[in-house]
Design a protein around this ligand. Sequence first.
Ligand code: ADP
Length: 762
Amino acid sequence: MSGYETSAIQSALDVYPDTTAEDQPQAVTVDPTLQLTQLLNISAYLVSVMDLDELLMRVVTQVVVALPSVQGSILWLYERRSGGLRVAASYGLPLVSTTYADLQHCQLGSGEGAPGQSLQGNEIVCIETRMHYRAIIERLNPHNRELFQQISDELPATLTSVCIPLRVGNEAIGVLELMNLGPASDGSLWQPLGRDNLSILQTFGNLVAATIKKTQLYTQTQSHRRRLDAFDAVVTAISTATDLSDLMRSVLDVVLGLVPVSSGALMLLDPAQARLTLGAYHGLPAEYVLSIQSFPVAGAGCEEVVRYGQPTLRPLLEERGEQKLLEAGLASCAYLPLLAGGTVVGVLGLYGESNLPDWVDMTTLMPLGNQVGFAIANVRLYEDSQVERRKLNTVINSIAEGVVLCDRQGQLVLANEAAMALLSLESVPFQQPLSEMTDFYGIRDTEGQPLPVEQLPMARALSGEIFYDYRVLLCGASGADTVMSFSGAPARADSGDIEGAVVIFRDITASQKLERAKDEFLAIAAHELRSPLAAVRSYADLLLRREQQRNDADARDVRGLTILSQQVTHMLRMVDNLLDVSRLDAGQLGLQIQRVNLVPLVAQVLDQQRPAAPNHELVLHPDAQELWVQCDSLRIRQVLTNLVSNAVKYSPAETQITIRLLTREVLVEKQAGEADPLVDAAANSVVREALISVSDAGSGISADQQAHLFQRYYRAGGRRTEGLGLGLYLSRQFVLMHGGTIWVESVENKGSTFYFTLPIKE
Ligand code: ADP
């Protein structure tokens, strides 16, 4: 205690009124200036300590070293969460170890005990008499009262103390309690705590408070930095991991570098099976590792974590299947959910040796868990999408037709092997814009004219069209033309927006040649058959008329001749159809347009059909007596004959066939991108048209079949009935040539209605 001089003797009677003057040891007071110097010296030293725990320890020890009147000290820190004081460090208290341990865990509320009073009133509180000390103990809560009674029993009866509030501005930091344990038993000089030093002590307290605050802030900054570093490390691990197991290992390494434990495991959840599988582990006993390779969530040590998505901190328990961990010397565990948007995708388990799992810094680990959870979900999604992609590639490459997929802009994103071969490509030109495709592939229509961009198969599909057998010419590898048949459709997102297109195509050059040869053969055969058949029909009709006119007409002959005449007529119609097809192909079928009243024309067609349909009722419903259109009456008669004879052919006897005739007005909408000024002029204008419908109560036509009905040689019902599958094809061509449209509406087992329109040009 060099540097201290005793200057005045303080009356011990003031301090210890319950002792007699004779008992009083010799007391000296301390020079305040020297005390101040000493305190300033240690303050200067304390400021340089950056570690919080070390600082707190230094405060309580140095103050005892510096002040001869202080032999024991406690630093109480204010806890904002509980609003009370806890012992952060203490020194020089001659307590038995259990009392000392209890003191470490004790908490004083604001206003409770001398430290609590000092904190509450923000003033120095002195306990100078034993009575005062006892009175304070009486007012403690029962739990603390017992502890402080014990402390009072163990400390000398001559104890005095001073509690200095530690504050920085308005913020409470804690209380520094300085204790004088009374005269030493060896009779050496006693220096009691003097009231005249209080202002120096308060100044010292302010310095200590500021130093603690500074170090707390520094510690906080350090822990923020560590947290940021941890995030950085996890993000690096996530971004550099190539697959799920790589990711799990790296993440576990990072986490184990953060917490003061060396054992941990990362487990992945399979929600469908409600099982967890081990993804990565470190420092776990081999037997335990074996047991957690794959295990059900139910009954697992981390079951609640999976179920509720909340972390758990607890001692390891034998009954939770953690026996092997306990045997390996581990004592506690922390389980954290790995969350991806609120959904548990896995669990992080950390295992520590110390009993209380206070080694876990939840504020850092929870957000890390979310980060890792998202990364796991992403990697899984990526892996799933890779699997799907591989499947898709296998399927697409096994298709013999060329398949290409393009994005919204028309740029290729996928092409199968057949497509590459058909298009003579070595690599997919991914960046190629639609506008360059016509030239690149030499795409032309079947007449050899270059296709405008909007007519390219891709462009048609991208515009929302679904089409089949769209034939175009392409320049093949040999330089010779190849005929490709394209089918295409838009690819739509869930919202319905078009996000790309799929186009399938095949080379039909050879089959088209065969088709041509077949058509030519049929045209020649039809041509050759027509004249003899016409002659046979004339004679059959003649013979029938003669037989009918005879008075003693033989009913069997009449019937036979009738059948002969009908069959020859039917054959002639088929031959005529074949000839019409070849004329159409050759572009030799012109229309003889006249002004025609459709009502009597339809009535005539029905009259002609009635003899061949004795068991059907043919009914005409015109909405007016006259319906004039500009048309080729021969071709429109042909269309009507086809539709009515089909209705008869494909509906059961004793049912009705209804033909309706009406005029209607339709709005012609402007097509997007239409540049033709004439079309523009007609845009959104109202036009009048004739609508003719033929309804039957037959078996109907399935949606699948409807899509092909108007194709050449297509026959929906197989070969059960006679026909070539040309009637509807020709009907459609004729209607289109008139500027009309034709379509069917049909419900299976209910019947079908065929409609066609003809524009009415005034
Ligand atoms: P064809 O009658 O000579 O076979 P079409 O071109 O007239 O040829 O008709 C094509 C196919 O459409 C027919 O084979 C038939 O299966 C189907 N079809 C046509 N009209 C009807 C109808 N009214 N009811 C049911 N099926 C029909």
